[in-house]
Each structure stands twice: as C-alpha cells, then as structure tokens.
Design a protein around this ligand. Structure first.
Ligand SMILES: Nc1nc2c(ncn2[C@@H]2O[C@H](COP(=O)(O)OP(=O)(O)OP(=O)(O)O)[C@@H](O)[C@H]2O)c(=O)[nH]1
Ligand SMILES: [Mg+2]
Ligand SMILES: [Zn+2]
Length: 343
C-alpha cells in the first residue's frame, strides 16, 4: 500500500525542514499512533513502525514534549537489519498542549500539526458552556483554527436553535450541529478534512468523537462506545490516532480529555474570551480586577446585560486557573535551573 504524503499535509515547508534534519537514506513519515515508545507512522511506501532513537530519547529526558506524538512528521531511518528508528521530529506548526496538574509535570502534547480543531460536545444531554469555553481556549492556544461541533443532533428537536446559543460565536468560532447517525451537518465538516488538511478532535469522553471519525471516513475505523456499556468516566478511545480520510486529509482522534490543569498560557484564554478581553481594555485601571474598582467596563457590561453572568464567571475561573498554572510552571523551571544537568 502506498501513501500519498501530500494528501496528509506534506508540503514544501515540511520538505525544507526535513532537508535540514535528515541525512542521506532517511525518509519522512507522519505519526499515526504511539505505543510505549514505538511509533506507527505513514511513510510513502506504506505504514511503518519505528522505535524512538537514542538521541531523541535523550532530548526528551529534558523536555518530554520532544517525544513524537500523533500528527508529528518524523525523520525515519532504516537500518540494515530491517529495524526503523525515529531520529527527529520536524518542528510542529501547531500543537494542542495540555498542562498536567502536578508540580513536576510538563505540558503534554495531545495532537500535532493540525489545521483545525473541533471542540466536540454532545447536544444531548444539553451542552456544557463552561466546558466548551475551556476547550475552546485550549484549541485557540494550539495555533489551529477552532470550530465547535455539537454532536448527536439527531437527538435534539431544534439543533440550530441550540447551536445559536453556544459560546464561541462571540469570539468568531463556527458552530456545526452534526449527527454521526444520520449524517446531518457532516457536509460542513468536509472542507476541514479536505486533501492536505488535518482536523483534530477535542472533547469529553462519550462526546461522540470516534463516531464522528467513522462517519467522516465512511467506515468503522475507530472503536466507539458500545450502546449498553455507558459507565461514566470510562474512555473508549485510549490512544491518540491520526486517521487518513479516503479522499485525502486526516482526522486526529483523541481520548476524552479530562478537565484538570488545562491551562498554562494566556493567549488561548484571551482569544476564547475575545469579547471580554476587549471590554477589559476599556476599564479605567490597567490592572482592574473587575471587583469594586470604579469605572470597570466588564462589570458594567454584566450589569447592563451585555455579558452573561455565567460567561463572566467562567472567564474569572479560567483566569484564576491559568495564573495558578503559570506560577507552577515558573516554580518548576526555577527548580530545573538549580538542579545540575544529568548525563
Ligand atoms: N444518537 C446518536 N448517538 C451518537 C452519535 N454519535 C455518537 N453517539 C453515541 O455516543 C456514544 C459515545 O460515542 P463515541 O464516539 O465512542 O465517543 P468518544 O467521544 O469517542 O468517547 P471516548 O473515546 O471515550 O473519548 C456511543 O454510544 C455512540 O453510539 C450521534 O450522532 N447520534
Ligand atoms: Mg473515542
Ligand atoms: Zn474591570
């Protein structure tokens, strides 16, 4: 089976980066899945399995984010005994990075080189605006273009009316109501998985991400939750996977994201709450905390009904989390500077 790499997003930019990293006899491949240090990747000649090379492992000891992740472009080396190794990861254009909760932990790369991110949220039971805002902030942070996809639209009487109420609109996110079961609304997603494009999926467990992958692929490529086994908190998908689409393009499916410690940087939050950020710029004081300061534009907007109290509260909560995460990161970084370098 041969693989058309340009259908998977390979282009002149990656080719140039590859030229800088690779030596003769090495070839590019895109990671579809990683299991215990072994990457399954799509190369021009077909799928390959490559273990992570020593040099790359050594780099990853300092920065775990350097390890290959689904969606990465690798420099793969063939050895005379038939083994393959992943020698390098080409610089990522975009990445969904989740800050993990612990003091010691590092950002975890959930998906790399995606062009768009779909925040996937079920329309039934009713969508959770707070969760959507949180995931949209993470999506904005990735550098890829966020979309909101409301799944299971077949279960709602008026999906468009629900879509019209969703947060995200305020910051320019397109909202799609779709059904993997009936095919409703899938046409709107096809441009996101056109030849050369990759769509990343981000959402809670059970949101219907893998069902969406199967509906877009037109084949049961990912396992989905069995109808009766709907125990809460169980994840059906347990690994991240890049799935090529039949007409080119790819979808990157992820296990349901748990919502702890997601924030580390501020850009995504500003973009997901572009409306509130704009308001805050009109506050009298630059360091306004939107408490009892005079001439606070944010509080005025809430009082006048322009900004919903729910969205305002959600923004405050996420900002608090982001600040905590930043403090943790600074502490961790200063600990690392004090620690003598290993090896
Ligand atoms: N009615 C209806 N049910 C759906 C639809 N899409 C998914 N489901 C159901 O929702 C459940 C969860 O779907 P999955 O696709 O496994 O969810 P997931 O987001 O991949 O979950 P994790 O892999 O655990 O993160 C399954 O029982 C699906 O049958 C849909 O469009 N309509
Ligand atoms: Mg799944
Ligand atoms: Zn203010």
């Amino acid at each position: 089976m041969s693989v058309d790499l340009s259908a998977l997003g390979w282009d002149d930019g990656f080719a140039e980066a590859f030229g800088r990293f690779a030596v003769l006899g090495q070839r590019p491949a895109r990671v579809s899945r990683v299991d215990r240090g072994v990457c399954t990747a799509l190369a021009a000649g077909g799928p390959v399995r490559a273990s992570v090379a020593g040099g790359l492992l050594a780099r990853a000891a300092q920065d775990p984010g350097a390890l290959p992740c689904a969606g990465d472009w690798l420099v793969v080396r063939d050895w005379p005994d038939g083994r393959l190794t992943a020698e390098a990861v080409l610089p990522r254009r975009t990445a969904i990075v989740r800050a993990t909760a612990g003091e010691e932990s590092f950002g975890q790369v959930l998906a790399a080189n995606i062009d768009a991110v779909a925040v996937v949220e079920p329309i039934d039971p009713s969508p959770d605006p707070g969760r959507i805002e949180r995931l949209l902030a993470l999506a904005w942070e990735s550098g890829a273009k966020p979309h909101l996809v409301l799944t299971k639209a077949d279960l709602a009487a008026d999906p468009e009316a629900i879509a019209a109420q969703m947060p995200g609109r305020a910051s320019g996110v397109t909202v799609h109501a779709v059904s993997a079961r009936t095919g409703l609304g899938l046409d709107g997603l096809h441009p996101l998985v056109a030849r050369g494009r990759t769509l990343g999926l981000l959402g809670a467990s059970g949101a219907g991400k893998s069902s969406l992958v199967n509906a877009l692929a037109g084949a049961p490529v990912m396992q989905t939750r069995a109808l009766r086994a709907d125990g809460r908190g169980r994840h059906t998908t347990t690994y991240r996977a890049l799935i090529p689409m039949p007409d080119g393009g790819a979808v990157l499916d992820t296990p349901g994201v748990r919502l702890v410690g997601m924030f580390d940087t501020v850009t995504g939050l500003d973009r997901a709450f572009a409306d509130v950020t704009l308001l805050a710029q009109a506050c009298r004081f630059d360091d306004c905390r939107h408490g009892d300061e005079p001439e606070c534009a944010v509080r005025a907007a809430v009082e006048e009904g322009e900004l919903s109290p729910r969205r305002y509260a959600s923004w405050q909560k996420l900002q608090k989390e982001q600040k905590l995460a930043a403090v943790r990161r600074v502490r961790r970084e200063s600990r690392e500077r004090r620690r003598p370098a290993r090896g």
